[in-house]
Design a protein around this ligand. Structure first.
Ligand SMILES: [Zn+2]
Length: 489
């Protein structure tokens, strides 16, 4: 059994400024051909799970190309074409099947549906009869093109996502089983015309748990191989935006459509429950966080780098500079120019910096600070969050700056490249223990709760503005379908 294996994985954000280039992938996870190993994208991600299953079953793994990025702005045409051609050209004509680790909500400057395009290219290469299995993030939006070309599709079941390995292993196992039984599985899809902010996607409680449980129950039906709820990430301006339910069955003779329709209807019936916000006005969120008795995380929802924001919001910094609370707050901002200046100035120096370049009132409003550079660093970070699988990231030249102009002592980690603030590692870059602070900033709608759990379980959500705003009405969608909840009821 010969299986071609590859990955193209990025969650894109249509509202974030900038682009994701090939170089951005190469700084993160980018491997070609024989460079690809089980652990190249991280030991607990989808690729590793699939790899173990193929190895267990004695399949011959034919590695193609693996390109993975943290959530970012739209991918450039050059990056996508290099990656997709790299994957497709490496698929040998005599493979029995193809496994791809995809996100399912990527976006290119020239193509709203790059994953659909990639699957179309793969199908053209291998012909109509060979099998394609894919694993997806739960925030995928599964387009018509993806539906047309994948034979097996399965997504994470957890939010925050902690089942990456299991999801890859499941896709691989279904592919191995189908090849062994000479079956041709089929994916069915239903739509729910809704999007909801990601901080309410929690598989451990409430309406989201109920829907995930329905998927598990449906898998007990004969011939139903896997059922996934796709609670599409909402910061994507595309024509096919909206929640989906996908059902893979053992073949066309099993009715996956009515199962998908039924769960999509159940999601639609619960839509208003996802609008109950738990996010606080930024000033209040910061106040509650710094005055709580032990370390409290305050998540900057509008600048969630885990949803593709650039990490350049100054909103919580401006709140901290105005704060009358005493205590200590540590936060991070990505600004390449300011970080380079602080890095070059070196530790021990007082510095005045103009941060970010947004207009007055913008989430990244230009803000001037004066502080003392405590430490500088230029080394990679290794995420400890389970969803990041131990992968590395490069914040570039960075500095830790202490600002004491308000009663709240603010420690600013200024770094050059955006990073995911889903766990404390960007702060630990400076060998400090975040447990000694009153409050620490995260940049993620939901996943940070798992990543920061090793230092604190306390958190507040700050309803800040930005490309990942929890208030979807603040974003300008041009291409989204209509009607779509919550915009049209
Ligand atoms: Zn996700």
């Amino acid at each position: 059994m010969k299986i071609a294996v590859g990955a193209f994985s990025i969650e894109s954000n249509s509202f974030a400024h900038g682009q994701t280039t090939l170089d951005d992938f190469k700084k993160q996870i980018y491997f070609v051909g024989s460079e690809i190993t089980r652990d190249c994208a991280g030991p607990t991600v989808e690729l590793a799970g699939a790899w173990d299953v193929f190895t267990e079953h004695g399949a011959e793994i034919l590695p193609t190309l693996v390109a993975t990025s943290s959530p970012r702005p739209p991918v450039t045409r050059n990056a996508f074409e290099t990656i997709s051609r790299g994957i497709v050209s490496a698929i040998a004509s005599d493979v029995d099947g193809v496994y791809l680790s995809l996100h399912g909500a990527s976006y290119c400057e020239h193509d709203d549906d790059p994953e659909g395009t990639l699957l179309e290219m793969v199908r053209k290469k291998i012909g109509p009869h060979k099998l394609i299995a894919i694993s997806l993030d739960l925030h995928a939006y599964y387009t018509k093109k993806m539906l047309a070309h994948a034979d097996i599709a399965t997504a994470y079941r957890t939010a925050p996502h902690i089942d990456l390995y299991e999801t890859g292993a499941r896709a691989a196992q279904l592919l191995v089983d189908a090849l062994a039984k000479k079956k041709k599985p089929k994916v069915f899809r239903a739509e729910a015309a809704m999007i909801t902010s990601a901080e309410r996607h929690d598989n451990t409680k409430g309406p989201f748990k109920e829907l995930i449980d329905l998927c598990r129950k449906a898998e007990e039906e004969p011939g139903v191989l896997t059922v996934s709820l796709l609670a599409t990430q909402p910061w994507l301006d595309v024509e096919e935006l909206g929640w989906k339910v996908i059902v893979t069955t053992s073949g066309v003779d099993v009715d996956g459509q009515s199962i998908a329709d039924e769960i999509a209807r159940e999601a639609w019936n619960r839509r208003e429950q996802f609008m109950e916000t738990v996010a606080l006005p930024p000033q209040e969120a910061l106040h509650q966080a710094v005055t709580s008795p032990s370390l409290c995380t305050v998540s900057d929802l509008g600048d969630a780098t885990n949803g593709g924001s650039p990490g350049d919001s100054t909103e919580l910094l401006r709140e901290a500079l105005r704060s009358n609370d005493s205590g200590t707050f540590i936060l991070s901002i990505a600004d390449a120019q300011a970080a380079a200046r602080a890095y070059e100035a070196g530790a021990g120096k007082e510095i005045t910096l103009s941060l970010c370049d947004g207009a007055p009132g913008a989430y990244n409003e230009k803000t001037t600070i004066t502080g003392v550079i405590e430490k500088v660093a230029t080394k990679k970070i290794q995420y400890t969050h389970p969803a990041a699988g131990g992968s590395l990231d490069d914040p570039g030249p960075s500095a830790l700056i202490k600002i004491t102009i308000s009663p709240l002592t603010t420690y600013l980690v200024l770094h050059s490249n955006p990073v995911r603030v889903i766990d404390p590692v960007i702060y630990e870059l400076f060998d400090l223990d975040v447990r000694h602070f009153s409050a620490v900033q995260a940049k993620s709608p939901n996943g940070f709760k798992v990543g920061f759990a090793r230092v604190t379980d306390e958190f507040r959500l700050a309803n800040t503005e930005g490309p990942t705003s929890a208030d979807l009405f603040t974003l300008t969608f041009n291409k989204r379908p209509k009607p779509l909840f919550p915009f049209e009821k």
